[in-house]
Design a protein around this ligand. Structure first.
Ligand SMILES: Cc1cc2nc3c(=O)[nH]c(=O)nc-3n(C[C@H](O)[C@H](O)[C@H](O)COP(=O)(O)O)c2cc1C
Length: 191
């Protein structure tokens, strides 16, 4: 007897697509830069990933309606702040439209002067390398130029439209699988 194929539908709306994509758990970043008057700007971004080790590249996808993206494009550089689970309020602030997102946020300048948000797990200063079309988003590839220090804290996670955090103990994949991960550093410290 032929195996029964799993149920699937090719008739779905954007809400159902969101629900399906929401099963994929991500971290949360805030991507920041300075505008032409050196005012800090930024937005919350989950569509971020490590793309390449050699050269060191990252990828993120801003909506075409994002007010921050044209500012990043003009400046040509940005900082990816990887949020810790102490920064849920930071994610909420940068994930909603607002003129004055930085009014209650403490930050320090990166080597290029761009905003590094305090208490982030780590940060990466990048330059824009290429921009591609991605439907209602842009696909931005950036080159990592400066790495910030790493805090020993837990990450902020986003899953099914809500926040959560990791709990110990965690399960580590088999050694041979790890070798292929961009985000594994090869030592005994999996950060
Ligand atoms: C957890 C979280 C993840 C988000 N991920 C993205 C993303 O990957 N790309 C994006 O364009 N917007 C994302 N957003 C929404 C933007 O942060 C939001 O639309 C923000 O208001 C955009 O600000 P801006 O218009 O000042 O750039 C996310 C929001 C939250 C809360």
């Amino acid at each position: 007897m032929a195996p029964q194929s799993p149920y699937g539908t090719d008739e779905f709306d954007s809400r159902q697509f969101r629900t399906a994509m929401g099963q994929f758990c991500t971290g949360v970043t805030v991507i920041t830069t300075l505008d032409a008057d050196d005012n800090p700007v930024g937005f919350a971004c989950q569509s971020f990933a490590a793309l390449s080790l050699d050269p060191p590249l990252v990828i993120f996808c801003p909506m075409k309606t994002s007010r921050t993206w044209p500012v990043i494009e003009e400046r040509g550089s940005f900082v990816v702040n990887i949020l810790s689970n102490r920064q849920q309020d930071v994610s909420a602030t940068f994930g909603a439209p607002g003129q004055d997102k930085f009014s209650k946020i403490e930050w320090d300048p990166s080597p290029a002067g761009l905003p590094v948000l305090r208490n982030s797990l780590t940060w990466v200063e990048c330059t824009v390398e290429t921009v591609n079309d991605g439907g209602d988003h842009h696909i931005v590839i950036g080159r990592a130029n400066v790495l910030g220090e790493v805090l020993q804290d837990k990450p902020l996670l986003f899953y099914r439209g809500g926040y959560l955090s990791t709990e110990h103990p965690r399960v580590t994949p088999a050694q041979e699988e790890l070798e292929n991960f961009i985000t594994w550093n090869g030592g005994d410290t999996w950060l």
